[in-house]
Design a protein around this ligand. Structure first.
Ligand SMILES: Cc1ncc(COP(=O)(O)O)c(C=O)c1O
Length: 370
C-alpha cells in the first residue's frame, strides 16, 4: 500500500532540517490519518471498540501470545507488567542499569508499584552477566525482598539482544520461578534487523510491551501482550493508572496501519542508519567515529574522543548555521547522551535525500572541529 512520505517540515529558514533526535518524531502517514477518520468506534472501557479489539487480537497473534492490551505508552505497559508480576508487597525486579525502565520511567516501579528495581551492569549488547543475576536472586530470608521478575530491553540502544543469551536467561528464571518481561519498545526493529520473527524473539517471555509510536509512526499507543489471565489483570492496572480510554479506536486504527505498512519499511531505516554511520567513518577522523558493529537497526552513536570537543559541542555545531556554505546551512539534530557519545536515529521520513544532506553537514562539521 501507498505510504505518504511527508517532508514539508524539513525546511527551516531555507535550511534543510534533518531531525535525527529520535524515531518518536515520526508523524502519522496519510494512511494512518485516513484510518483514524474511518475507524469503527465504541467505548473501549466497556470492551466495545471493534478497532481496538482488532489491534489487540492482531498484536497477540503476531507475538504468539494469548492476549494483548492497548495502553497509552511504553512506560505504562512496562509499569503494568511490573505491577502484575510483582503482586506481593516487598517484591524485587531485575533489569539492566542502563535500561529505560531503570533510568527513564521515573522510578515508577518504586513510586507507583512499590517494587524495588535491582540494576545489573549492562554489557554493550544489552545483556547482563547471568552469574551476577543468579547471585542477586534472593532466597527465603525475612531480611530480603522477594525476587519476582527480570526485565530485558530489546532493542537496547539500537542493538539486538542475542537470542542465545535470552535462552540462557530463561533457564535461570525458570529455575528460580521468576517471570520474564520484555521492554520491546523497538521489538519490530529487532525482528527486522535479525530476520527473526517477533514470536520467536519473545517466546520465552511471560509478557512483552511494544510501541507503535516510535519507528512505526503512530502518534501514540503501545501493546502489552501476555497470557489471557495476565491481560485481564492488566486491564484493571491500566484503569487505576488512568489509562482507560473510550473511543480509542481512532488511535488503534493508526496502530493497525503501523503493523501492516510500517514494519516492512524499517529495513530502509536500518539501511540508511548504516549508510550514515559508514559515511562518518569514511571521513577518517580520529576524533569522531562510529562502531559499525553496533549499528544493527536505526540508531547510530558517534563516539567523540577529543580533548577540545564534547558531544554537546558537536550536537550544537551540527544544528547551527555559521556560514553561507550550502553544507553548513543544513541543520542536523541529534542528542548528546554522554559527554563522549551522541545519538542519531533514522525513521521513515528520513529519506535518502535527507541522509545525504546529513552526511554533507557531518563532513563539514567534523572537518571544522578536528
Ligand atoms: C526502550 C524504551 N522503552 C520504553 C520507552 C517508553 O515509551 P513511551 O515514551 O511510549 O512511554 C521508550 C521511549 O522512548 C524506550 O526507548
Amino acid at each position: 500500500m501507498y505510504v505518504q512520505i511527508e517532508t514539508e517540515k524539513n525546511v527551516e529558514n531555507e535550511s534543510i532540517l534533518v531531525d535525527l533526535r529520535s524515531d518518536t518524531l515520526s508523524k502519522p502517514t496519510k494512511a494512518m490519518r485516513m484510518a483514524m477518520l474511518n475507524a469503527e468506534l465504541g467505548d473501549d472501557v466497556y470492551g466495545e471498540d471493534p478497532t481496538v479489539i482488532r489491534l489487540e487480537e492482531k498484536a497477540a497473534k503476531l507475538l504468539g501470545k494469548e492476549a494483548a492490551l492497548f495502553v497509552t505508552s511504553g512506560t505504562m505497559g512496562n509499569l503494568i507488567a511490573i505491577m502484575n508480576h510483582c503482586d506481593v508487597r516487598g517484591s524485587e525486579a531485575y533489569c539492566g542499569e542502563e535500561s529505560h525502565t531503570m533510568l527513564h520511567e521515573q522510578g515508577g516501579a518504586a513510586q507507583i508499584a512499590g517494587v524495588t528495581l535491582c540494576p545489573l551492569a549492562n554489557n554493550r549488547d544489552g545483556t547482563f552477566d547471568l552469574k551476577k543475576l543468579e547471585l542477586k536472586i534472593k532466597g527465603d530470608r525475612q531480611h530480603e525482598p522477594i525476587s519476582k521478575l527480570v526485565i530485558v530491553e530489546n532493542t537496547f540502544n539500537g542493538k539486538i539482544v542475542p537470542q542465545t543469551w535470552i535462552q540462557d536467561l530463561a533457564k535461570i528464571t525458570r529455575k528460580h520461578s521468576l517471570k520474564l518481561h520484555m521492554d520491546g519498545a523497538r521489538l519490530w526493529n529487532a525482528s527486522v534487523g535479525s530476520d527473526v520473527p517477533v514470536a520467536e524473539i519473545v517466546s520465552e517471555f511471560d509478557s512483552v510491551t511494544f510501541c507503535l509510536s516510535k519507528g512505526l509512526g503512530s502518534p501514540a499507543g503501545s501493546l502489552l501482550c501476555g497470557s489471557k489471565s495476565f491481560i485481564e489483570k492488566a486491564r484493571r492496572g491500566r484503569k487505576v493508572l488512568g489509562g482507560g480510554m473510550r473511543q480509542v479506536g481512532v488511535l488503534a486504527g493508526s496502530g493497525l496501519v503501523s503493523l501492516e505498512e510500517m514494519v516492512p519499511l524499517l529495513k530502509e531505516d536500518h539501511r540508511r542508519a548504516a549508510k550514515l554511520a559508514k559515511a562518518i567513518n569514511d571521513l577518517g577522523s580520529k576524533a569522531f567515529s562510529v562502531d559499525l558493529n553496533e549499528v544493527q537497526t536505526n540508531m547510530i552513536f558517534v563516539n567523540i574522543s577529543s580533548e577540545k570537543v564534547t558531544s554537546a559541542d558537536f550536537v550544537q555545531r551540527l544544528k547551527s548555521v555559521e556560514s553561507d556554505d550550502p553544507d553548513d546551512k543544513i541543520i542536523v539534530r541529534g542528542l548528546a547522551l554522554t559527554p563522549t557519545s551522541a545519538r542519531f536515529v533514522t525513521y521513515y521520513e528520513i529519506n535518502d535525500e535527507l541522509v545525504d544532506a546529513a552526511i554533507r553537514k557531518f563532513s563539514y562539521v567534523v572537518k571544522q572541529l578536528e
